[in-house]
Design a protein around this ligand. Structure first.
Ligand code: SAM
Length: 344
């Protein structure tokens, strides 16, 4: 697959034309993964095949990537058939797209996109007027996909870096940090995608992020985060971590509980049945005070006085083709089961 981030204008035009003129065909090709070859596909098939992003197979065109639509932009992610641990995740309505759609006005501000994946947050921040967006990811495949997607949409693609969060240093702190971390609780030794594996309680990456924020975020800067977090029934661990981080500074912590309710922890661990001793795992989490799993959309922003707001939110389902959404806990657990299967 050639993800070189140059010369992509003809592909963008062809994809948009296909989308506008034959939405059903676009959907079939990129959500279903294959479509019968026909004149409407001629241009796009040629451009995709040149880069190994699709191949002709008998009378069909098979897509090797999935294209999603976000506003006027198109974003490639890995096809579900790709089983590498470095799979670049599709854009889900309850996380990636939810965060992207809820980014603040970034006009004139410097944004850090942590764990860029497909680059969806970088594209969204640019569209909200960011003066500069730096993207980092530990995965070479994600870095290539981010550069590709920025260039595909005519955006600067040179500030994308292959570096882990622990090792990243910046010349100056950022005005906005955006992150959708690997947050799935995964017991040690269980193979899982790099984009999802968050350690025993799912918080390995988030703890690192909270540690790094004082260096990376301007004192009056903002954090926008979507994550799963274990916790009690009413408050999650990540909220406590962020309240601790804000300390005495006047910050507003705005938390939205996605899916409307937290999930009892036993249900959250159930997708790992057969991969781990669920009782022992649950007991270990209970010792830490974790009885529920929360799916959260979080904004930590400067305020005149400290504030903590909590509300519930049901994610909108985006009907653009190629977008796959979880709008319930069951849907999210089904996706975790699939990820486990493909990581074997
Ligand atoms: C859940 S995906 C989010 C992708 C994208 N930002 C989005 O919103 O769809 C998490 C990303 O974090 C990256 N990642 C995992 N560990 C990392 C680390 N230590 N430093 C930087 N990125 C990391 C993964 O490779 C993956 O691309």
């Amino acid at each position: 697959m050639d993800l070189t981030a140059t010369g992509l204008a003809p592909l963008h035009t062809a994809l948009r034309r296909l989308y506008d003129e034959d939405y059903a065909l676009f959907h079939r090709l990129f959500a279903g993964g294959r479509a019968p070859l026909q004149p409407a596909l001629d241009t796009v098939a040629g451009l995709l095949a040149e880069r190994g992003l699709a191949e002709r197979d008998g009378g069909e065109l098979r897509a090797a990537v999935r294209f999603h639509r976000l506003g006027d932009d198109l974003l490639a992610t890995d096809h579900p058939g790709y089983t590498g641990r470095d799979r670049v995740l599709y854009l889900s309505d309850n996380e990636s797209l939810l965060l992207a759609r809820n980014l603040p006005d970034c006009t004139g501000r410097r944004v850090l996109d942590v764990g860029a994946g497909s680059g969806v947050q970088a594209v969204a921040a640019r569209r909200r007027g960011a003066a500069a967006v730096t993207s980092i990811d530990i995965s070479p495949r994600a870095v290539a996909m981010t550069r590709f997607n920025l260039a595909l949409n005519g955006l600067p693609a040179d500030d994308v870096h292959l570096v882990g969060l622990a090792d990243f240093t910046a010349a100056a702190p950022f005005d906005i940090v955006v992150n959708n971390p690997p947050f799935v609780p995964v017991p040690p030794g269980t193979p899982f995608m790099t984009s999802g594996a968050g350690g025993l309680d799912g918080l390995d990456f988030v703890r690192l992020l909270v540690d790094r924020l004082p260096d990376l975020l301007h004192e009056r800067g903002e954090l926008h985060l979507t994550t799963l977090s274990p916790g009690g029934r009413h408050v999650s661990e990540v909220e406590l971590l962020l309240l601790g981080l804000a300390g005495d500074r006047p910050y507003r912590l705005r938390v939205r509980e996605v899916f409307g309710r937290p999930c009892p922890i036993a249900e959250s661990l159930a997708p790992f049945k057969g991969h781990a001793d669920l009782d022992a795992w649950q007991a270990e989490l209970a010792e830490r005070g974790y009885t529920h799993m929360h799916n959260l959309l979080i904004a930590l922003t400067p305020a005149a006085a400290p504030a903590f707001e909590r509300s519930v939110l049901t994610p909108a389902v985006e009907l653009h083709p190629g977008n796959k959404g979880s709008t319930t806990w069951d849907g999210l657990h089904a996706e975790i089961r699939l990820a486990l299967e493909s990581a074997r």
